[in-house]
Design a protein around this ligand. Structure first.
Ligand code: AMP
Ligand code: ZN
Ligand code: FE
Ligand code: FE
Length: 288
């Protein structure tokens, strides 16, 4: 079992466990270091940090996942050790979340145009008070019986370039890295297997200050992880990773503890934060 998971979602975005429920699960599964990385939101952080007080063996690292766009594909950028309470940062995230609402409405309109009528309230219901995303639309499609499950909703309608897909605001990968570094964080490329022209992309992201990339991700095979580890070494990027757990209940979903980077990763990331990392509930002085 793995003791580090640097990629986790809660009800603050499109995960299905509350921050408290997730933190309790992490403790139960003997995780020692974990980062909650909700999409465009740190709204779960205060609750998660409170819940972690009951589990002294677990250190939480404040994180985020930002969606950027590059030619030909989405690029997700993770951030760690963020001074997340920064006001300008919170305004930026709130702005991104407002953009998500408009975009979700567009996708719901496109589905209606195809004869798949969804009540907007159902999408909002699945989003709860979290930042709305395509998984919430997918759940509304499942509820109506238009598709059998969430993956089918993505494959047929919601995937990038799919008939109901709507573009988001434009944020470049370098822009996402700037936002993360701007609040003292280390930026890490998420699930590199999604990224077209990965090597080219790594050159420009490295120039923008990228600190690491995911290697130990979800259900990556040893072969894929081996190739990504080589690439990370060539680009001097810290190999990171986690389960990207959403608690969607899918049979093949990786559970926290089933995948993750080695413990040394945490200190390596901290060392690459611009201007000294903020510590989450990490022990003062930086020694866990
Ligand atoms: P959004 O933030 O609205 O762009 O939605 C992105 C999220 O949708 C990702 O973080 C995943 O949780 C989920 N997702 C993306 N592609 C798929 C897929 N093919 N099947 C199931 N979930 C997906
Ligand atoms: Zn997600
Ligand atoms: Fe992602
Ligand atoms: Fe994710």
């Amino acid at each position: 079992m793995h003791t580090v998971d640097l990629h986790l979602h809660t009800t603050a975005s499109d995960g299905r466990l509350s921050p408290t429920a997730l933190v309790n699960l992490l403790a139960e599964r003997k995780l020692r270091f974990a980062a909650i990385t909700d999409h465009d939101s740190t709204e779960g952080m205060a609750e998660a940090l409170r819940a972690a007080e009951a589990h002294p063996s677990l250190t939480l690292i404040p994180g985020i996942e930002l969606s950027a766009d590059a030619e030909g594909g989405e690029v997700h950028v993770l951030g760690y050790f963020l001074k997340w309470e920064n006001e300008a940062f919170q305004e930026t995230l709130a702005d991104f979340r407002r953009g998500r609402v408009g975009r979700a409405r567009q996708m719901v309109d496109r589905l209606a145009g195809m004869g798949l009528e969804l009540a907007w309230e159902r999408v909002l219901h699945f989003a709860g008070d979290g930042s709305v995303g395509r998984p919430h639309i997918a759940l509304a499609l499942v509820e109506k019986g238009f598709v059998k499950d969430v993956p089918e909703a993505f494959n047929r309608y919601l995937g990038r370039g799919g008939p109901a897909y709507a573009e988001r605001r434009k944020l470049t990968p370098a822009g996402a890295i700037d936002i993360i570094r701007g609040v003292g964080g280390a930026a890490v490329l998420a699930h590199p297997s999604w990224v077209d022209d990965l090597e080219e992309r790594l050159v420009s992201m490295k120039e923008a200050g990228l600190a690491g990339m995911e290697v130990y991700y979800k259900r990556y095979s040893p072969g894929v992880m081996g190739r990504l580890a080589d690439l990370a070494q060539r680009f001097d990027l810290i190999p990171c990773g986690g389960t990207d757990y959403h608690a969607m209940g899918a049979e093949d979903e990786a559970i926290p503890g089933e995948m993750g980077p080695p413990e040394e990763t945490v200190e390596r990331l901290r060392a690459r934060c611009p201007g000294g990392a903020s510590a989450g509930n990490a022990h003062p002085g930086g020694v866990p």
